[in-house]
Design a protein around this ligand. Structure first.
Ligand SMILES: Cc1cc2nc3c(=O)[nH]c(=O)nc-3n(C[C@H](O)[C@H](O)[C@H](O)COP(=O)(O)O)c2cc1C
Ligand SMILES: CC(C)CC(=O)C(=O)O
Length: 359
């Protein structure tokens, strides 16, 4: 195959290069994977209604989210275990994101320690925008220690994953017997505090059924970082998140990996954005594969979108260069979609650009 010309072809290349068990881990979702398919299909069901003769010129793609300037409204969603995609793991992803000027949400379940992820990002850009995703742990002292590490590493927002009071049922994983990381691959952020020599124990992550809005309050007491609630699908929860002090929300169904048969995230964006009513930024992830998907999300109320699997396909296909290429593809596609819609910037999009169910 020649060089991939779109994200789908990057997935094909990644599938060829990856251990099939690890490909399945990245690609799969919960149970029948209804929501995985729905996330992409729902974008295809939305038609774009471009404006003509607007003289908008070459679009500017930059946005500012929670004070972080990004070169485009596409960020990296947190995804676990990059070492399974490429030996350079999160180091490569961080360099590519920083070089591209996009915001990276580093996963708590990273196979490279957050300090090292941040150091690699800084090699590529002087002031990289790095956020940290957190699964609050039942042990508040350990959670606080992880938050302190993220702060000290220079992370500028805390993304709390709210859709995971338990792990979704992943049948591909069960079929493959994929329950443990390979020898030598560890979640480096889960080491016991005070283990700088990295000789000691690494905790198992706990996805706690007890997670509640109180955890958000507790985190507020622990950190001054902006707190982003990830995994909101309902207007009532979005309103609660804002009332409980969230600084942004991410409309997300975890890429269809948690509760199967929840709706495609793009179908929940407009109701959530309406409930939030501009009080905090609204972000979206799930099924974004094209520049046209990005513009549809912007039009329906997102300040930016995040990509999960596409970055992993880039990483598996070509390490740092692969992630760079995926981000470049999406940038070129978004710029093309904006200019063809007659928009000079992401901020110029609105719901009039999108028509439901017509293609
Ligand atoms: C392999 C994989 C691992 C993920 N790990 C995490 C994680 O550790 N924490 C988290 O909040 N979300 C995680 N997610 C969900 C992503 O942050 C994001 O919601 C999802 O991938 C977006 O959908 P997309 O892959 O269709 O872009 C993961 C997703 C994938 C595919
Ligand atoms: C091990 C999991 C909790 C990581 C995750 O969030 C996922 O694979 O979707």
């Amino acid at each position: 195959m020649g060089a991939p010309v779109n994200v789908r072809e990057f997935e094909d290349l990644a599938r060829e290069r990856l251990d099939p068990v690890h490909y399945d881990y990245f690609a799969s979702g919960a149970q029948d994977e209804v929501t995985v398919r729905a996330n992409e299909a729902a974008f295809a069901r939305l038609a774009l209604l471009p404006r003509v003769l607007r003289g908008a010129g070459t679009p500017r793609l930059g946005v500012t989210v929670l004070g972080d300037e990004a070169s485009m409204p596409v960020m990296l969603a947190p995804t676990a275990f990059h070492r399974l995609a490429h030996p350079d793991a999160e180091r490569a992803t961080a360099r590519a994101a920083a070089k591209a000027g996009v915001i990276m949400i580093a996963a708590m379940l990273s196979t490279v320690a957050i300090e090292e992820v941040a150091a690699e990002a800084r090699k590529a850009a002087p002031d990289p925008a790095l956020w940290f995703q957190l699964y609050p742990q039942p042990d508040p002292a350990f959670t606080e220690a992880v938050v302190r590490r993220a702060e000290a590493a220079g992370c500028r927002a805390l993304v709390v994953t709210a859709d995971s009071p338990a792990l979704g049922r992943n049948e591909r994983g069960d079929r493959n017997g994929f329950h443990d990381l390979p020898p030598g691959v560890r979640c480096e952020n889960l080491r016991e505090p005070g283990d700088p020599a990295r000789t000691g124990h690494v905790r198992q992550v706990v996805l706690s059924p007890g997670i509640s809005w109180d955890d958000l309050d507790r985190l507020r007491g622990v950190t001054d970082l902006p707190i982003v609630v990830k995994g909101v699908l309902r207007p009532d929860d979005a309103r609660l998140a804002v009332e409980r002090g969230a600084d942004a929300v991410i409309v997300s169904n975890h890429g269809g990996r948690q509760l199967d048969t929840v709706p495609a995230s793009i179908t929940r964006l407009a109701p959530v954005a309406e409930a939030v009513a501009g009080r905090v930024p609204v972000l979206l992830d799930g099924g974004v594969r094209r520049g046209t998907d990005v513009i549809k999300a912007l039009a329906l109320g997102a300040d930016a979108v995040a990509i999960g699997r596409p970055a992993l396909w880039g990483l598996a296909a070509g390490g740092e260069d692969g992630v760079t290429e995926v981000l470049g593809l999406l940038r070129r596609e978004l710029e093309n979609a904006l200019v063809l819609c007659g928009c000079a910037a992401p901020q110029e999009t609105g719901p009039d650009l999108v028509q439901e169910g017509a293609c």
